[in-house]
Design a protein around this ligand. Structure first.
Ligand code: SF4
Length: 446
């Protein structure tokens, strides 16, 4: 007993002296997953994750560069951190897309930061003792360390970085260049272990999930088939996929989605514009007609699938007729959800050198398209009222209103009055809005 007390004291002491890392992440699921990669590497070096700046010996700010508002928010946060950390020996590493795109602006507000670009995240352990103000940039990304599953229902898995596009509005391309995919067996093993430890929802995330494996001689389809063979009941969400890359693997993709009981029937495929002239100006690699045929084929073969898209309004060169064409395509394809974004020029992109459209015009188009998108989304959701669907009770959202969130097989957010988080259930859909469904649990399924 006395010996146990001594060992416990030593354990307490070790916890006390373990260096603490605080991580702040901005942006997309890929960024969140890559923060987990860095946490995994640091945990293996003896770091312990803490939840506040005050306790931290090391702070990681994983940034996003997609919009100017986010950039300004991050720079403001960094100058605030600099003030708070005045006189404290706490290292600060700024990583993510903004570190690669705006190193000078970041070092202006935080000269002692160490900058690490997205391609170099696996070198986090090496940079801890570098001189303040050091830049660690790599042109060739490495992707060999998967994040450790740290519990909960959802395991977010980065499967690749980079893309093959060169869109004239996109800053990601400036920050993340070459495609680098994780090894398929590493991902499968990571998912299997996470499911064994309680994960019920797997997010496969990348800059472009459809380009997965192109640098390793296989495709996303083979990865999904391998994950589908893993024992256990869980749902898998595939992240955003570029249309031109989806078209390349479509036959196999539809086949595995039709056979699998695990894949959310959910496709996030950005259209960006419904006008061919604007698509050319954006340097997108498909035509409106090809995109329409792609969505129609998915709808034919997977009628219950959710199709979500991204559309930029106000890109240079978009006149009223082009905008009307975009609205027409949204009405015709009846997307389940449209992320509408007003174009903001980003540095080092061709789009920022083009003649810009006035903000009020962008605002007006954004409002109009959002109304059109909600109308068709409601129509899609109303079809499910009165039906029975299977859900995973995830517990996300609206707890303040006494609802418990769940996700249908087509990844529709469905709120339930009573439900057991982490369970699969058959649900009766009672009502719908453009964004949510509401229903009741009929029975739990195993
Ligand atoms: S394909 Fe996607 S990530 Fe790549 S440049 Fe185009 S928008 Fe950016």
């Amino acid at each position: 007993m006395k010996w146990f007390g001594v060992r416990y004291k030593i354990f307490e002491f070790l916890l006390l002296v373990m260096p603490k890392v605080y991580v702040e992440t901005y942006g997309c699921w890929l960024n969140r997953a890559e923060s987990e990669v860095m946490i995994t590497i640091l945990s293996r070096l003896g770091y312990e994750v803490c939840s506040s700046v005050d306790e931290a010996d090391l702070i990681i700010v994983n940034t996003c560069a997609v919009r100017s508002e986010t950039e300004n928010r991050i720079l403001k946060r960094l100058s605030e951190l600099r003030r708070v950390l005045e006189g404290r020996s706490c290292r600060v590493i700024v990583c993510g897309c903004l570190a690669r795109v705006r190193p000078a602006s970041i070092l202006e507000v935080f000269p002692d930061a160490i900058l690490l670009d997205p391609n170099s995240i696996e070198r986090i352990g090496e940079v801890l003792n570098l001189e303040p103000g050091s830049l660690v940039f790599s042109d060739v990304p490495t992707r060999d360390v998967l994040p450790e599953f740290r519990g909960g229902l959802r395991y977010v898995v980065p499967i690749a970085t980079g893309c093959r596009g060169n869109c004239t509005f996109c800053i990601d391309k400036v920050a993340r260049r070459a495609v680098r995919s994780y090894d398929k067996s590493l991902i499968v093993e990571g998912v299997r272990r996470a499911v064994e430890r309680g994960a019920r929802e797997i997010f496969l995330t990348a800059q472009d999930a459809a380009v997965y494996g192109i640098d390793r001689g296989y495709t996303l389809v083979e990865l999904l088939e391998a994950i589908d063979r893993i024992e256990g009941k869980f749902f898998v969400r595939v992240g955003m996929m570029e249309p031109s890359e989806v078209m390349r693997i479509l036959d196999g993709l539809l086949d595995v989605f039709k056979r699998s009981e695990k894949l959310y029937r959910f496709f996030h495929i950005p259209l960006q514009s419904g006008d061919d002239r604007v698509l050319k100006l954006m340097n997108r690699r498909y035509s409106v007609a090809e995109y329409i045929e792609l969505v129609r084929r998915i709808r034919r073969e997977l009628p219950d699938a959710s199709i979500v898209t991204d559309i930029i309004v106000g890109f240079p060169g978009e006149d009223e007729e082009a905008f009307e064409n975009t609205c027409k395509v949204v009405k015709e394809l009846e997307f389940d959800k449209v992320h509408v974004a007003r174009y903001t020029p980003r540095p080092f992109t061709l789009g920022s050198t083009m003649e810009q459209i006035p903000e009020p015009v962008k605002k007006c188009r954004s409002r109009v398209l959002t109304i059109v998108a909600n109308e068709v989304a409601l129509k899609r959701n109303m079809r499910l009222v009165g039906s029975r669907v299977e859900v995973l009770v995830t517990g996300e959202g609206q707890s303040e209103r006494g609802f418990i969130g769940s996700r249908t097989r087509s990844y529709k957010l469905t709120f339930l009055k009573e439900a057991r988080v982490g369970e699969f259930a058959e649900v009766y859909i009672e009502r719908a809005t453009p964004i949510y469904l509401y229903g009741n649990v009929i029975r739990y399924v195993h």
